[in-house]
Design a protein around this ligand. Structure first.
Ligand SMILES: NC(=O)c1ccc[n+]([C@@H]2O[C@H](COP(=O)([O-])OP(=O)(O)OC[C@H]3O[C@@H](n4cnc5c(N)ncnc54)[C@H](O)[C@@H]3O)[C@@H](O)[C@H]2O)c1
Length: 219
């Protein structure tokens, strides 16, 4: 397996493949071709074949890929063949929504601890988790072998929280605050930026004038 050489773009596509393959598995579909995957996922079949070739040559010409085998392989590459514990910091609107949304549990990713600095939040329950004070972050990360942190605090607090996570031994961070977080090079940071996505989407809207013209054309 050439997993060391997998590019970031491929790593980002693997969960997309995995999600669809799991859907096929549920429907008891046993094999799938790169054409079918491409059509369904709106990706080039050649690209898919190239991506999957990273894990060895196991697609069979004319038959396609074994769905169950591919699921196992992708889970192995993504390292979700083992349980990965996640901590979330910031039990506000977004933090509560994410903690309640547990579809990633089936992929072995689990938010096992939630932290906040506001005393009125501490001790409250989100689903089955009790919101813990920040002072407990370090110990909980060690005790529960937490490897990923999610940041859902206001932007002006996010760097401080990231520093605490790094100090506690967290290896990767998913940051929802709209700032660029700095961390040592061995810490992987992904930013989920809802607002920039929304703003860039506006560019693709038809201009109001263009819209009027099209409507006039119709009449
Ligand atoms: N990326 C996205 O899609 C998206 C969408 C909405 C909001 N956001 C961002 O997510 C963040 C949270 O938004 P929200 O609407 O849930 O805010 P919120 O005010 O409802 O919640 C923030 C929580 O963080 C806690 N907090 C503040 N400082 C802290 C600290 N130093 N340590 C621990 N906890 C701390 C607060 O007590 C509060 O409970 C913001 O940065 C916001 O801009 C991102």
């Amino acid at each position: 397996m050439k997993s060391d050489k997998i590019s970031e773009a491929v790593v980002r596509r693997l969960p997309v493949y995995l999600r669809y393959l799991q859907e096929l598995y549920k429907r008891e579909v046993t094999t799938v071709s790169s054409q079918e995957l491409g059509l369904k996922l709106d990706l080039n079949p050649a690209q898919i074949r190239k991506d999957l070739a990273y894990f060895g040559d196991f697609g069979r010409k004319g038959i396609g890929y074994d769905v169950a085998y591919l699921i196992d392989k992708i889970r192995q590459i993504l390292k979700i063949d083992q349980v990965i514990n996640v901590a979330l910091v910031g039990a506000g609107n977004l933090g509560q929504a994410l903690s309640n949304y547990n579809r990633y549990v089936k992929d072995n990713m689990k938010i096992v601890a939630v932290f906040d600095s506001y005393d009125k939040k501490i001790g409250t329950m989100i689903n089955t988790l009790t919101v813990q004070p920040m002072e407990e972050l370090q110990n909980t990360v060690k005790e529960r072998n937490i490897r990923i942190g999610i940041i859902t605090v206001p932007d002006f607090e996010a760097q401080r929280v990231a520093d605490c996570m790094v100090e506690a031994g967290i290896e990767a961070i998913l940051n929802f605050a709209p700032i660029i977080i700095k961390a040592p090079p061995h810490i992987r940071i992904h930013t989920a930026d809802f607002t920039t996505d929304l703003l860039s989407l506006a560019y693709y809207l038809e201009s109001e004038e263009g819209k009027e013209e099209t409507e006039d054309d119709k009449s």
